[in-house]
Design a protein around this ligand. Sequence first.
Ligand code: UDP
Length: 337
Amino acid sequence: MSKILVTGGAGYIGSHTCLALLEANYEVVVVDDLSNSSYEAITRVEKLSKKKLSFHKESILNKEALDQIFQKEKNVDAVIHFAAKKAVGESCEKPLLYYQNNISGTLQLLESMKASNVTDIVFSSSATVYGEPDEVPVKEDADVRPTNPYGQTKAMMEQILKDTGAAYGWGIALLRYFNPVGAHISGDIGEDPEYPNNLLPFVSQVAAGIRKKVTIFGEDYPTPDGTGVRDYIHVIDLAHAHVKALIKLKQDKSTHTYNIGTGRGYSVKEMVETFRKISQKEIPAVCGSRREGDVPILLADATLANKELGWQAEFGLEEMISTAWKWQSQNPKGYKA
Ligand code: UDP
């Protein structure tokens, strides 16, 4: 049985991926400092899978502790690396925190992997590395030119991984996620942000009556209804992409970069309108100004992931929103309740 160490495994995408791994019969070791996540997510993953995972409450910045975890766990076959800070706005206010945390964390992790002879890693990257691409749908060979410190850290971490992979012959999978949304079908695990910066968690909280209204960030974009268009991807589809990437790395020790999206775009207005229909809630929305750094439209060309990983998105908009709403309604206070 293959053993996978998951950094940030208690987080939104991490928890869904841990569940997918357990369901695919992997052994799972989670390293998470719970700085932006909750142990309750782990408890629920174990309940849903009816399996146990090995949990270490530790920061990947603590190199000594990380080395010990690799030694203690023995025979870790591969790593999936989620642990990182991820708020764009905060990264502009506190760039040093982002560079320190994301870059140093990744360096420590790679050092520990090297010391323990672990040579496969799947990395949680983001479509934000493309900035404003010249063409959509965007392909993996498009220019990397992020527009904020968070995106810069993702681009730098990708580069560090590529160089490491090339030097030591490691297997590296860089998964560039588009807009992850939705929750597990059970509604038992989902996204639990302290403050929702992203559209769907915000809309969920408005539907639930926690916030009064949604502000649409710009209605004058060159898109069909004037609002921003994004490629939303169900978090379960995303989780499965990680499992497929692990299988790929077993066979092919080189660096692989994959867009993970559906290729289908929805505007902010379409998202809000569909949420209204599914939740049967009013969801007041007002138009505001554009948010700095936002692009009009971002869509994935995910042909490569389809061809090389045999991966494709199974869930559509309906399931993305209905599961997000189920999670929100069942857990009005997130994991805190
Ligand atoms: N958006 C919005 N209001 C919000 C949050 C987001 O209108 O309160 C828009 C944003 O401008 C973008 C889309 O929703 O067009 C998705 O934004 P999100 O922050 O979810 O993801 P991003 O694409 O920025 O990573």
